[in-house]
Design a protein around this ligand. Structure first.
Ligand code: ATP
Ligand code: BTN
Length: 251
């Protein structure tokens, strides 16, 4: 099977000075049937995290990118996708020389306890018909403290590496890893990436609390399964939870 996405002479890049959110911009273009593969911006005025949270996106500091990926293989292509993208981001960060980065289920990249990057996926269209997934990636590159609006520990490549980092290098590395990982995800599904992901899984074996809008689950993290769901050993035995709207904290 031939895989030719995110590559080739037709690869369409839009580079913006300022935008509300690269994910929103990509969604608008796709809805208007305009051809595009990636949107990059210098600044986002309404950068978003999961569940409507804000993603701080100061001018010319970081990488804000949204990739458009057509869904051709149905659900199998989407299962575990946000974890797969997180793995690609982690590998790009590793290559730059950051030590001790790891993955927090489902979609965060941390160094120790500090968040350095995040992934936000949004599906547009109908799975039964033609749909696309917008793969939003934010990597903190040269952002420096303090940024008061961020209410949790964070870091940037500059903080980790001790000097200015070229966003071009970060993007190039990310694109290489993303192309490879998305090919695997598309052809074989997340099952083929699971072991690599779990090898970098922060909090495996740790006591955690998993909260959703309706309840709280307490237990010990066992790992992830082939669908990218999180295993937790609770008083009822091992149970698996799908990403979506869940929030994980150390207990
Ligand atoms: P979870 O989704 O598991 O609850 P989370 O608290 O990290 O994890 P997210 O929605 O994934 O929530 O991320 C948004 C949060 O990330 C914001 O509420 C803010 O605390 C933090 N944040 C915002 N901008 C940045 C940034 N540039 N770098 C690091 N962290 C940021
Ligand atoms: C998270 O950790 O909650 C995800 C953060 C994702 C941020 C990126 S930056 C590029 C893209 N555009 C957005 O508005 N969000 C994502």
């Amino acid at each position: 099977k031939k895989v030719q996405e995110l590559s080739g002479p037709e690869f369409g890049v839009v580079l913006l000075k300022t935008v509300d959110s690269t994910n929103e911009y990509a969604k608008r273009l796709v809805r208007n049937h305009q051809r595009l593969d990636v949107v990059l911006a210098e600044e986002q005025t309404q950068g978003r995290g999961r569940r409507g949270r804000q993603w701080q996106s100061p001018y010319a500091s970081n990488l804000y990118a949204s990739f458009v990926w057509p869904v051709t293989e149905g659900m199998r292509q989407l299962e575990g996708l946000s974890l797969a993208v997180g793995l690609a981001v982690l590998q790009a960060i590793d290559d730059l020389g950051v030590e001790d980065a790891g993955l927090k289920w489902p979609n965060d990249i941390l160094v120790g306890e500090e968040k350095i990057a995040g992934v936000l996926l949004e599906l547009i269209g109908d799975l039964a018909d033609q749909s696309h997934v917008i793969i939003g990636v934010g990597i903190n590159v040269n952002m420096q403290r303090p940024v008061e609006e961020i209410g949790q520990p964070w870091t940037s490549l500059r903080h980790q590496l001790g000097g200015y980092v070229s966003r071009h290098d970060v993007y190039r590395g990310l694109l290489g890893h993303l192309r490879r990982i998305l090919s695997v995800q598309k052809l074989e599904g997340f099952a083929a990436l699971r072991q690599q992901w779990d090898a970098r899984h922060l909090w495996r074996g740790r006591s955690v609390e998993l909260s959703s809008g309706v309840g709280l689950v307490k237990g010990q993290v066992t790992g992830i399964n082939d669908r990218g769901e999180l295993g937790i050993r609770t008083s009822r035995g091992e149970e698996f939870f799908a990403g979506g709207e869940l929030s994980l904290r150390l207990a």
